[in-house]
Design a protein around this ligand. Structure first.
Ligand code: HEC
Length: 149
């Protein structure tokens, strides 16, 4: 009893930190396992994507100034992991936190559906090319010419 009373509070806090981290990670891992094991409904995913399109664009290409990232064609598992991280505050962005919360994506099935739809969106090469600056094109052709035949 005396020994316990002499352990400073900050030591207790420090010792419990790794435990908290492990707990958070395993919760996120469990959620990831649950979602990735579901059979997705892509047409329901397309309906849910309407909300996402407001920021990420109809093609999922994001905004060219980089304020909203391109998500089209991203791997299913990566999208699911990102959504779970935003929901659980493991990754912080108030917009994503709001639009991936339980009011917008109510159940694990919703996450599987919308993530599948996004992962199947064709990556928009035209928009990608439009973002290239003349200096990028010079750089790329210089690189390619050095690769040889
Ligand atoms: C209000 C605007 C907004 C809405 C609506 C929105 N997002 Fe996002 N999303 C963002 C922003 C901004 C980021 C970048 C956050 C950051 O800084 O990490 C982001 C990041 C992401 C990422 C991580 C991309 C990466 O490469 O790191 C994914 C995946 C994503 N959003 C999917 C979705 C899905 C799916 C929906 C719909 C359910 C959605 N978003 C709705 C604004 C939005």
């Amino acid at each position: 009893m005396r020994v316990a009373a002499r352990i400073p509070f900050w030591v207790v806090v420090l010792l419990s930190l790794p435990l908290t981290a492990a707990f958070r990670d395993s919760t996120a891992d469990e959620a990831l396992d649950t979602v990735t094991q579901l059979k997705p409904n892509v047409s329901h995913g397309r309906d849910l994507f309407d909300t996402c399109a407001a920021c990420h664009g109809n093609t999922g290409a994001g905004v060219s100034d980089g304020t909203v990232p391109a998500i089209a064609g991203q791997h299913f598992r990566v999208i699911v992991a990102a959504i779970i991280d935003f929901r659980n505050d493991n990754r912080l962005d108030p917009r994503m936190k709001h639009f991936t919360d339980e009011h917008h994506l109510s159940v694990a099935q919703d996450i599987a559906d919308v993530a599948t739809y996004v992962s199947r969106l064709a990556y928009n090469h035209v928009q990608l090319l439009e973002r290239l600056q003349p200096s990028d094109i010079v750089g790329v052709s210089d690189y390619l010419s050095r690769l040889g035949p």
